[in-house]
Write a protein that binds this ligand. Structure first.
Ligand code: 13P
Length: 253
């Protein structure tokens, strides 16, 4: 039985006061998180150290992105070695906003995956098609090549550390979520693709999150799909009550 993960991607939102208020609220509620759900929060990198210092945090921390280098003359970058040293467990990698606005290619994402694994930070690897690709029936090809290009150079042991997030770009921040059938179909396809490369045991174990307009109303149905192992939540993770509802719905799925 795979555990569920509910991860909140705060993106570039909140002042430090607002961020601390939300983090403290989640910490206070953390004793009521379902035991089979790992809660992950990805605040802006600037706030990770402050949030990490909250006592008995009760949830895991993730970066939203990181460098493919460990240290050096890379102005403005965040190193996975630094993340690890601050008890940051995960880094989101290859988010569609990074691909679209910061021109991250599959090759760059692959080198970030390597850098994270080298430093014992677990990648939350994002993949997903744009609307034109879905309309043209190319969504499976797009997702397959993203997964293959960024992950399939890994050994079995390395791959076992990776969490995959399927985020159809047309569903991100739009209020239009994939239907339960569309999500389940793609998640099953990703799992089958993984099985083709790494075998059934690894494929059965890999955690595949859905992201794209997950909210307190639709999360229960999405998380009940057999191959959906939780969510990567943007906008709805910025409100404590909504995020708590989503976390609890994962516990019942
Ligand atoms: P929304 O939940 O705001 O659609 O964002 C999804 C997302 O991009 C999470 O990484």
């Amino acid at each position: 039985m795979r555990k569920k993960i509910v991860a909140g991607n705060w993106k570039m939102n909140k002042t430090i006061d607002e961020a601390m208020e939300l983090a403290v609220k989640l910490q206070e509620e953390s004793s009521s998180f379902p035991k089979n759900v790992e809660v992950v929060v990805a605040p802006p990198a600037l706030y990770l150290a402050t949030i990490e210092m909250i006592e008995d945090l009760g949830f895991s921390l993730s970066a939203q992105n990181c460098s493919h280098h460990d240290f050096g003359a890379f102005t403005g970058e965040t190193s996975p070695a630094m993340l690890k040293a601050m008890n940051v467990k995960y880094s989101i990698l290859g988010h569609s906003e990074r691909r679209q606005y910061f021109h991250e290619t599959d090759a760059i994402v692959a080198s970030k995956v390597d850098a994270c694994l080298r430093n014992k930070v677990q990648p939350i690897f994002c993949c997903g098609e744009v609307l034109e690709e879905r309309k043209a029936g190319k969504h499976f090809d797009t997702v397959k090549s993203q997964v293959e290009n960024a992950l399939f150079h890994l050994t079995k042991e390395e791959f076992a550390k990776v969490v995959i997030a399927y985020e159809p770009v047309w569903a991100i921040g739009t209020g239009v979520t994939a239907s339960n059938d569309e999500a389940q179909e793609m998640h099953a396809f990703i799992r089958a693709t993984v099985e083709g490369k790494y075998g059934k045991e690894i494929a059965d174990a890999v955690i595949i999150l859905y992201g794209g307009s997950v909210n307190a109303t639709n999360s229960a149905e999405l998380f009940a799909c057999p191959d959906v192992d939780g969510g990567l939540v943007g906008g709805a993770s910025l409100k404590a009550n909504d995020f708590m509802t989503i976390i609890k719905s994962a516990g019942q799925a």
